[in-house]
Design a protein around this ligand. Structure first.
Ligand code: DAH
Length: 358
């Protein structure tokens, strides 16, 4: 009797002290294993007389259960402790700042496109898009540039290989193609801007074969040149983030507008830096005009009922101007150091309320 209680106390004490699974398993074997202390005692039951056995057997059974429960319990707490230890060791502090190098940058062209579309969206314009690969009709004919028209030569077009029917697709030379696609697919009124990639077979210090334009088109029954001027004046002030930008319209020629004009803004050249808005020089920034009635006819609209205005502007140059970027070609070099310097932080989305460029 005494022995049983003593053994129980001893075993429970050492089980409680076992510091790892191995020690615990050794203890379990030394008590409950074939030759373990508890098992040996149980084997002794056989030699006892029945009365003694009846008194001892339940005690031994209880000892066995107690010890085995204590081992299970100790196992569970060792496991829990191991897990907690692992969790603590693998803990990640989510509040630590992200390493700044790991963050990408928004390319100045994307930034400027976002800024421009934000300004026009605020004036109520929709954003429209069209394919980079287009056809003769949308790039030329529908825009009142028939075959053999001298304006076709000005465009240095990239053509795709001729098809069986003799036609050739092309890389659009301007975003004006989307004027046609919009007027053909929807009913007026139209009020759209079209940012996108354009292509011309031209490459030098100020030209790249791929460049970017944004087109504007307004078609309804009453819009006139005065509205065009108002829209562009508002745009210039918002884009250059100035209270006043002096601009002038010079008569020009585009087959798809009549009358046509080019718009210049006042500026000062100081070394390789340009200050926009004031000064004694002029900088040409876009072509515009009233949509030629022939273009409306090509799109199935009655020019006696509808009229409107359009403009087209190069994005790359005004991006260079606004952000003091000296070399056009660097835009397309994919140099990460350049992008880190001239690029924009992704979460600073341009808004008119929060500031376009900040
Ligand atoms: N498409 C012309 C170009 O690429 C730019 C242009 C001029 C677009 C006048 C227009 C416009 O919509 O009205 O040179």
């Amino acid at each position: 009797m005494q022995d049983i209680e003593k053994l129980e106390l001893e075993l429970l004490e050492s089980i409680g002290k076992a510091s790892d699974m191995e020690a615990l398993e050794a203890l379990r074997i030394s008590a409950l294993g074939k030759k373990g202390s508890v098992s040996l005692m149980m084997r002794g039951l056989g030699q006892m007389d029945p009365t003694e056995r009846q008194a001892i057997a339940p005690k031994l059974n209880k000892l066995k259960t107690t010890v085995s429960d204590a081992v299970d319990h100790a196992k569970a707490s060792l496991n829990a402790a191991a897990l907690n230890h692992k969790l603590a060791a693998e803990r990640v502090d989510m509040t630590l700042p992200v390493r700044p190098e790991a963050m990408g940058r928004i390319h100045p062209i994307s930034q400027v496109m976002d800024e421009i579309t934000e300004i026009f969206a605020d004036m109520g314009f929709d954003i429209a898009e069209g394919p980079d690969i287009d056809d003769d009709f949308h790039n030329f004919t529908a825009l009142n540039i028939p075959p053999e028209h001298p304006a076709r030569q000005m465009h240095d077009t990239f053509y795709l290989p001729e098809k069986e029917d003799g036609s050739r697709q092309l890389l659009r030379t301007h975003t004006s193609t989307v004027q046609i696609r919009t007027m053909q697919s929807k009913k007026p009124p139209h009020r759209i801007v079209v940012p996108g990639r354009t292509f011309r077979c031209d490459s030098d210090q100020t030209h790249t074969p791929m460049f970017h334009q944004i087109e504007g088109l307004v078609i309804d029954k009453t819009s006139h040149m005065g509205h065009l001027k108002g829209v562009l004046a508002e745009f210039c002030k918002a884009f250059f983030e100035l209270d006043e930008v002096t601009m002038r319209f010079r008569p020009s020629y585009f087959p798809f507008t009549e009358p046509s004009a080019e718009m210049d803004i006042k500026c000062t050249f100081a070394g390789d830096h340009v200050k926009v808005g004031e000064g004694d020089d002029w900088l040409e920034i876009l072509g515009c005009g009233m949509v030629n009635p022939r273009v409306l006819v090509h799109c199935g609209l009655d020019p006696n009922e509808y009229q409107g205005f359009a403009w087209g502007m190069g994005i790359d140059r005004i991006a260079m101007l606004k952000y003091g970027i000296p070399d056009l070609r660097a835009f397309f070099d994919a140099d990460l150091r350049w992008l880190k310097h001239y690029g924009f932080v992704p979460l600073d989305v341009p808004t008119l309320g929060g500031g376009l460029s900040r």
